[in-house]
Ligand binder design. Structure first.
Ligand code: ATP
Length: 257
């Protein structure tokens, strides 16, 4: 198979034969190598519209490599495999990556054209609780507020697929909990498929429909969380059971914790 390096390949045929009715991401036998190190070793992954998938893995296990491949951001990286990625996809990173010389609203509507862009931007800012901050400069906002602007910037495009690489990793615990609630609300409103890379097992179980664990270039766990329902409690015995299973898949020795 010819190497592909971050291309977004649209394949109607794959869409018809996929396991889900409305896939927004299909990776088939995806490999990525850095030198002689194989970081992704034949990854198969399908995410449907509206499905929230969290990706866990030890540091260096290849989570960001997978997300960057899906986002088409790994140009020049050696690898093979097929990727179908919905045309309308957005990426959110750990840092907000706002343009410092641009006010909040133009940051959100960056790249959008048409008369409705500003109105859509205002709606997205209201969605993330930043109504009235349209004319603020990024450096006038807290870290959590900047991440909310980044979320608004992603969602204003109504993406079919949202790719998020530790979007809450740099936030304090309280802000992170608030952001979890916000992201759940936004996902039920906009219904993108989501691939969330995180280190935080509880964050994964709180937010996702399905949690994957990546190790040595392959998925070593793929857990559906459907049985937990919409309102999740860290103390629910079923939540605790998922946490233990995922920590075990991550190689954590639970007898010492
Ligand atoms: N551009 C690159 N050149 C060489 N090696 C790379 C490059 N990018 C990533 N790697 C290596 O690939 C492996 C996987 O990196 P990746 O960033 O995907 O891991 P990760 O699971 O996201 O880690 P973390 O949780 O620490 O962010 C690491 O060993 C890393 O050093």
């Amino acid at each position: 198979m010819a190497p592909i390096t971050g291309q977004l390949i649209e394949s109607p045929e794959r869409q018809r034969t996929s396991a889900t009715d409305d896939p927004v991401l299909v990776a088939d036998n995806l490999t990525r190598r850095f030198g002689d190190r194989t970081v992704l070793d034949g990854i198969d992954l399908t995410i449907a519209r509206g499905e929230f998938v969290a990706l866990l893995g030890r540091s260096g296990s290849g989570k960001s490599t997978l997300l960057r491949a899906v986002a088409g951001l790994d140009v020049g990286v050696d690898g093979t495999g097929d990727l179908f990625v919905a045309r309308n996809s957005s990426v959110v990173f750990q840092d907000s990556r706002l343009l410092p010389w641009s006010r909040v609203l133009p940051n959100v509507t960056l790249g959008l054209s048409g008369r409705d862009a500003a109105a859509a931007g205002r709606t997205a800012l209201a969605d993330v609780g930043l109504q009235g901050r349209e004319r603020a400069w990024p450096n006038e906002l807290s870290g959590g507020e900047q991440q909310r602007v980044a979320l608004a910037r992603s969602l204003v495009r109504q993406p079919e697929l949202l790719l998020a690489d530790e979007p809450f990793g740099a936030l304090d615990a309280l802000t992170r909990i608030r952001m979890h609630g916000l992201l759940r609300e936004l996902c039920s409103k906009y219904r993108p498929g989501v691939l969330l890379v995180t280190h935080d097992v509880d964050e994964a179980i709180t937010l996702a429909d399905r949690v994957l664990v990546l190790d040595e270039g392959r998925f070593v766990a793929d857990r559906s969380l459907d049985s937990l329902g919409a309102h999740r409690s860290l103390r629910d015995p079923e939540f605790v059971a998922h946490r233990e299973a995922l920590l075990t898949a991550l190689g954590v020795d639970l007898t010492t914790h």
